[in-house]
Design a protein around this ligand. Structure first.
Ligand code: VGL
Ligand code: ZN
Length: 193
């Protein structure tokens, strides 16, 4: 089965950044495997007139989630560094809406909806279906999908082949899938047309 996107669809590419890919500061195993799959979805979005949103983790150097401040993570996705850049093979359209998050030192934000205008932008654009892929399944993908699932009238699809988990504890990725399903998101195995 294949899926056709229209102007009532939007793609949300979550944190497809160098630091979350192999060789990066907070590498997700096989993280870069999502890139070619998401490129197919981007192509389908362009063809169908669907909007593309790309979130990025965008931390100041002294972000509270970093180990030196007692947080759980090594420094990653520091603003304006190569690690914070989108993966070089990700074929983002010129009119991609970039959503930066966790850009303040004393606030953590895993969800692309946290503190920004994304929900309002989707509403204003008349988006009825949101397609989500990216990194990491058990953090920013999960948090973004759970928030999206709360938006009235928005159908939320998770592109199952285009997400990868950090798995700080074994099973975190699978638990995230369950949580997203329970929230009403549709785990999508189909490919774009
Ligand atoms: C993320 C850990 C720390 C993510 C961001 O994008 O999933 N994970 N910061
Ligand atoms: Zn982060």
């Amino acid at each position: 089965m294949s899926i056709k996107l229209t102007s009532e669809d939007a793609l949300l590419l979550v944190d497809v950044q160098n630091d979350f890919c192999p060789g990066g500061a907070l590498a997700v195993a096989d993280g870069d495997a999502v890139v070619p799959i998401l490129n197919d979805w981007i192509a389908a979005a362009r063809q169908g007139g669907a909007r593309v949103f790309a979130s990025r983790d965008w931390h100041p150097q002294d972000h509270l989630s970093f180990a030196e401040r007692g947080g759980p993570w090594p420094p990653h996705c520091v603003q304006d560094t190569p690690g914070a850049a989108f993966h070089g093979d990700l074929a983002l359209p010129e009119d991609t809406v970039v959503v930066s998050k966790a850009a303040q030192a004393d606030h953590e934000a895993y969800s692309a909806f946290d503190g920004g205008e994304l929900a309002e932008q989707l509403r204003a654009a008349g988006i009825e279906r949101l397609w989500v892929g990216g990194l990491a399944t058990d953090y920013c993908v999960k948090a973004s999908v759970l928030d999206a699932a709360q938006i009235p009238g928005l159908e939320v699809h998770v592109i199952a082949s285009a997400i990868r988990a950090v798995n700080v504890s074994p099973g975190d990725g699978d638990a995230a899938l369950d949580a997203m399903r329970e929230a009403g998101a549709i785990l999508e195995d189909a490919a774009p047309a």
